[in-house]
Design a protein around this ligand. Structure first.
Ligand SMILES: [Zn+2]
Ligand SMILES: [Zn+2]
Length: 529
């Protein structure tokens, strides 16, 4: 008997707390319907890696220490070089739908973040037509000619990249908002078109405009945010809601397309909230503790971003579509050619690893691991980790005296896997309930730095999974659903064996109703090549 179809809609960084609120207020009728009649479960996202680890964990059912993608920039093993770590070709195993494809299921995959286009697929795939991190892979498709046809029909996505590397003017925010809404509309049209192209078993499509709008418009929404301007235009205050509303309309159109007897899973990948963190204060704190010879240039990453932006304008739009995945690499190479002396970490005992925002990272300059290590492995390393942990946990907000660090952890307390050695030695979870401008402690005195980031919103853990259709339960599911559990759950839905390298387990037993348990037991594992 042919297994039922599954429409899987990914909503990138749509915050579930906002969705519950706005659905309750009648703004998001489709989400309200899903919440009221679907199987609903909060998603436990991987800890400390909301910046880059969520989607790769979803794609592979592996922890960030196994797949190795956990931040925008990571230290290159055995060097002091930072490299962009989220290029899609770093994914060590194929995304889960390739197992479905090999098992004879027909799959259509549109804009799954950080998933490169398959070389062979029983079905079709579009990559980075419109995604938040569209630099992660070329805008491309399988079959290869599909993308040109889609662009002819629907145009390019109106927002090629949402990161300007500087603050926007009011007029730019207005235009940006319109482009994001237009992007959702075009994405819906494109998804509906693709729904018709195939007799698919799994159709997976992702909206990412929610990710962009959350990062950039949070301060318009949130009266408590320091950049909030009550006199700003009303459309800016409602920009996040407007984008969510347009996505809600899109989800309704997609659900309409699949019949009553079909199944839908809607995944809110992770959440969004005010960007309150002390990442920008960490290196100055380490400097104050005498951990470094000198301060590494805080502008490295923004220079790379700006160079990328400048490079974009030298390349015609059509060509840009095909090469934009490589631009950050090109910019990094240019940066290195013109800046030879940046090796301040050689002299350090410990340094802040950049590009870790809500959760910061500290790397110990460890002898034998780093090229010019200064700290002995073993007792000295342990003592330094303990000392830094103590100092960080004692930090207070200079104005209010509130603690600014929630916890400090060694990555091995959270994860195990071959990429654990690439992690920082210490992960520092900042307090996220108020802006952190200056910190103090008896040992370091007061350290103050302007908050340098363009974004006003950043990630929260608030993921949510909602299933709708005859095989799904209805109501809130009590069982824990982790990001890595979703892929094996989808495989179980189709009765396809779960690969042995998966770290997640199917939660079908909780999500599916009794009628569906005819497949093999949830945790049946089979060796996949
Ligand atoms: Zn983000
Ligand atoms: Zn974006």
């Amino acid at each position: 008997m042919k297994s039922p179809k599954l429409l899987f809609i990914g909503l990138d960084s749509v915050d579930s707390a906002l969705v519950r609120r706005w659905a309750g207020e009648g703004h998001l009728p489709t989400m309200a319907r899903l919440l009221a009649s679907g199987a609903v479960a909060p998603i436990v996202t991987p800890e400390a890696v909301l910046e880059g680890g969520v989607w790769p964990t979803f794609l592979t059912s592996q922890s960030p220490a196994t797949h190795g993608m956990f931040a925008y920039q990571q230290l290159k093993r055995g060097t002091y070089d930072l490299e962009v770590a989220l290029h899609a070709d770093r994914l060590p195993v194929p995304p889960f739908w390739e197992h479905l494809s090999r098992a004879g299921k027909r799959v259509t995959i549109i804009d799954a973040p950080f998933a490169r286009t398959a070389k062979r697929l029983n079905g079709m795939q579009v990559t980075n037509w419109g995604a938040h991190d569209a630099w992660s892979w070329a805008c491309s498709s399988y079959p290869a000619s599909l993308i040109d046809d889609l662009v002819r029909r629907f145009g390019d996505h109106p927002v090629p990249s949402c990161n300007l590397g500087r603050k926007r003017t009011a007029a730019e925010y207005q235009r940006f908002r319109e482009q994001l809404i237009e992007g959702v509309r075009r994405k819906t049209a494109l998804l509906r078109h693709c729904l018709e192209l195939e007799d698919w078993d799994l159709f997976l499509g992702v909206y990412s405009e929610s990710h962009c709008v959350g990062h950039h418009f949070w301060h318009f929404l949130d009266p408590g945010h320091p950049r909030h301007d009550p006199s700003a235009a009303q459309e800016l205050a409602t920009a996040i809601l407007d984008v969510y509303r347009e996505i809600d309309t899109g989800v309704a159109a997609l659900l309409e397309h699949v019949g009553e007897d079909s199944h839908a899973l809607v995944m809110l990948s992770h959440g969004m909230g005010p960007f309150y963190a002390g990442a920008h204060l960490l290196q100055p704190v380490l400097d104050r503790l005498g951990m470094s010879g000198m301060v590494p240039s805080a502008s490295d990453s923004s220079v790379v971003e700006q160079s990328t932006w400048k490079l974009r304008h030298l390349v015609p739009a059509r060509v840009r579509r095909h090469v934009k995945g490589w631009l950050p690499r090109l910019a990094s190479a240019l940066w290195r050619q013109t800046h030879h002396e940046v090796r301040p970490w050689e002299r350090a005992r410990a340094f802040a690893v950049p590009e870790h925002y809500m959760t910061s990272g500290i790397r110990i300059n460890l002898r034998g691991r780093e090229p010019a290590g200064t700290v002995e492995p073993g007792a000295e390393h342990e003592a330094l980790c303990r000392e830094l942990t103590e100092v960080l946990l004692s930090l207070e907000d200079a104005e209010t005296g509130r603690k600014v660090v929630q916890w400090v952890a060694r990555p091995a307390e959270l994860y195990q896997g071959p990429h654990l050695a690439d992690f920082p030695d210490l992960l520092v979870e900042w307090e996220h309930s108020f802006p952190i401008r200056a910190v103090r402690s008896p040992r370091i005195g007061t350290v103050a730095e302007d908050f340098p980031f363009e974004r006003s919103g950043d990630h929260r853990a608030n993921g949510l999974l909602a299933g709708l259709g005859p095989r799904f339960q209805s109501g809130e599911i009590k069982n824990e659903v982790r990001t890595e559990d979703i892929a094996p759950t989808v495989l179980e839905f189709f009765g396809v064996p779960i690969p042995s390298h998966y770290e997640g387990r199917s939660v079908g037993g909780a999500l599916f109703n009794g009628a569906s348990v005819r497949h093999s037991s949830p945790n049946t594992r089979a060796a996949f090549p």
